[in-house]
Design a protein around this ligand. Structure first.
Ligand code: CAA
Length: 261
């Protein structure tokens, strides 16, 4: 799916229904420069448009998911420029995808790397993964969600400590803290993410999209508003063929045949 300079993108899974994006800037430990993030956005747009793809996996290398925003690219920037250009705002494209994104993290997930992982819907980690927000050591602060998503994921005390000390969190700690849903051997984490993505892809894309939207609403809405939003989406599933098919198949003791309609 296209030729890129800083990433690789291909369809994986037995049915080719998983979009795999691999950050591929090994010499810089996948430091996230503008070109790389632009390519991630392009690959994402392709997979979002592709009806055969039901779920996306984002990964790096075994050494680094990503070591953060590109420090060498940022070094000479001034306030007026980053403010006028709303520097890093385009990274948010990851959070606007309709299809679920699983981050498969090995090695360093630091600064922007940790933040990009947290923009994804599920994080799987390899045993060597290290999460951290070391921006304070550079005289700056996390700028792509590190003070917000991390706090929501692991709570104030742990997030505050990571952001204020730059201390890293291991894969095992991250799982215990709820940042990561599962930990796997380094050489298995991408395969496991693809397996999970294949399972998600086997369901109705409409239902998958509604589940994702509704879970994400929990981050934005009050409990009352969130429950109302969820209830309305639940009601809306009754307008789909796939809801009818799912319940009919259950009653007839057969596998459902979802048509994304
Ligand atoms: N930006 C640019 N280049 C980076 C980079 C980054 N974030 N991280 C690593 N690199 C480069 C190194 O400069 C080095 O390049 P050269 O060979 O040309 O010198 C190469 O990648 C390999 O790195 P190291 O030699 O440092 O490898 P190491 O194994 O000794 O250390 C590391 C690994 C601990 C991850 C170390 O590279 C490091 O501390 N990186 C920076 C981590 C960081 O501070 N990230 C936060 C960035 S700020 C941010 O992300 C802001 C935000 O919120 C969006």
């Amino acid at each position: 799916s296209g030729t890129y300079e800083f990433i690789k993108a291909e369809k994986r899974g037995e049915k080719g229904n998983v979009g795999l994006i691999q950050l591929n800037r090994p010499k810089a430990l996948n430091a996230l420069n503008d070109g790389l993030m632009k390519e991630v956005g392009e690959a994402l747009t392709q997979f979002e448009k592709d009806d055969s793809v039901g779920c996306i996996v984002l990964t790096g290398s075994e050494r680094a998911f990503a070591a953060g925003a590109d420090i060498k690219q940022m070094q000479s920037q001034e306030f007026a420029g980053v403010w006028r250009g709303n520097f890093l705002s385009h990274w948010d494209q990851l959070t606007r995808a309709n299809k679920p994104i699983i981050a498969a993290v090995n090695g360093f997930a630091l600064g922007g790397g940790c933040e990009v992982a947290m923009m994804c819907d599920i994080i799987y980690a390899g045993e060597n993964a290290q999460f951290g927000q070391p921006e304070i050591t550079l005289g700056t602060i996390p700028g792509a969600g590190g003070t917000q998503r991390l706090t929501k994921a692991i709570g104030k005390s742990k997030a505050m400590e990571m952001v204020l000390t730059a201390n890293r969190m291991s894969a095992q700690e991250a799982e215990k803290a709820g940042l990561v849903s599962k930990v796997f051997p380094v050489d298995k984490v991408v395969d496991e993410a693809i397996k999970t993505a294949e399972k998600i892809s086997s369901f109705s894309k409409i239902t998958v999209g509604m589940c994702k939207e509704s879970v994400n609403a929990a981050y934005e809405l009050s409990l009352k508003e969130g429950l109302h939003f969820e209830k309305r989406l639940f009601h809306a599933t009754f307008a789909t063929n796939d809801r009818k098919e799912g319940m009919t198949a259950f009653s007839e003791k057969r596998a459902p045949n979802f048509t994304d309609s």
